[in-house]
Design a protein around this ligand. Sequence first.
Ligand code: GLN
Length: 484
Amino acid sequence: MHNKTLAEYSKDLQSKKYSSRELTQCFLDRIAQYDPTLNSFITVTAEHALNAADEADKKIKAGHAHPLAGIPVAQKDIFCTLDVKTSCGSRMLDNFIAPYDATVVKHFNHASMVMLGKTNMDEFAMGSSNETSFYGPVKNPWHTDCVPGGSSGGSAAAVAARLTPAATGTDTGGSIRQPAAFCGITGIKPTYGRVSRYGMIAYASSLDQGGPMAKTAEDLALLLNVMAGFDPHDSTSVDRPVSDYTQILNQSLKGLRVGLPKEFFGSGLDPKIAELTHQAAKELEKLGAEIIEISMSKLNLSIPAYYIIAPAECSSNLARYDGVRYGHRAEHPKDLIDLYVRSRSEGFGDEVKRRIMIGTYVLSAGYYDAYYIKAQKIRRLISEDYQNAFKQVDVILGPTIPTPPFKIGEKTSDPISMYLSDIYTIPVNLAGLPGLSMPAGFIDGKPIGVQLVGNYFEEARLLNVAHQYQQNTDWHKQSPEMFK
Ligand code: GLN
């Protein structure tokens, strides 16, 4: 029962093959059995889930339910949930219960989907390995001594181990696509502004974007139908109608122009990943696509630009955690300054502190022009690089990450090498474009992903390409032996 796609669950639930309560119980049992090994959930909301399942069953019985009604889903612990703790992976918010639901959560509730709980993540979504969480690292279900990727590592591991049929993630520089690749699942970061950020705890507001993570592209299309749309509560949400993302899934790839940037295949990329990426290109070619070599020479500037812009925005966003309004408060402060300093020192972990310091530095009067403004100019160049590429091709194909999943602890003392793992995903956020990662093979039993990037609001096309690929390959059907 735990291995089906959303379309299959939908059919089974509507035809009463089993109830939402039975399905929900099946996943709650799997969480109880396996999550002590994986640590993919911060909070499991069993009682809440069973009540929601009963409500969904009633609606299904009455014959007026949403097609995804009664299907369980897990929320990354960055989305605010009414009455349920939202920690953002931080000690700072270990005691925080939001007074409202994020818009994304509201959309899932309106569809009568069942929230199983809140998934583990890097602290404030800062990380690429899920090792910065206050709640401890998440294990990769394929190799439990390896990281699942980050920052949405809990969501990716939970979907891969079939502890939930689907989950949400957020992606500021790769946090949906990178863990999806490391865990052998499919994930999409939509165009900036397509999914509401209201109630999604801010890391770097001009880059953050929520999106779905699931086994297949078809599942992502169904989930994006629920998640996407204009939200007057989010000033950067785009007021533009949402198409039905399932509509063109079956369109032929004949004549599709797929760009392979030659710069992607330089040193730093594991040669076996290069090979698997070329294999994926061949597969698309067999389906009628035309593979075109392109050049994108500015993308290598994305890591330095990102590590100015993201920390700058984070230092500003995280200023609100002062021990006064909400979140962790130090005990017995001497005075106001002592309250601020100790609340923040105790509440934040090392990586968050590192980013706040860098961000504060690059925004300070003497360095603003040299770092922050310069980084913004580079950001523009990167966007232009993409727009030039899209004059020649419809989608861009490349690796999602340069290496297979690495060992827990392997990179924690070397932040630069950790930052480099996002080299292929970060430029997509800087440009605000949609990007999708899908499973494309294995190296020594560890999953590898490839990334498709499209022009603004071309989510449907990315899902179409991925769906066609998945109709003809079965990498996405594999699941880790330990959690069968
Ligand atoms: N790994 C990147 C960072 O640490 C991206 C994280 C994300 O997308 N949230 O900032």
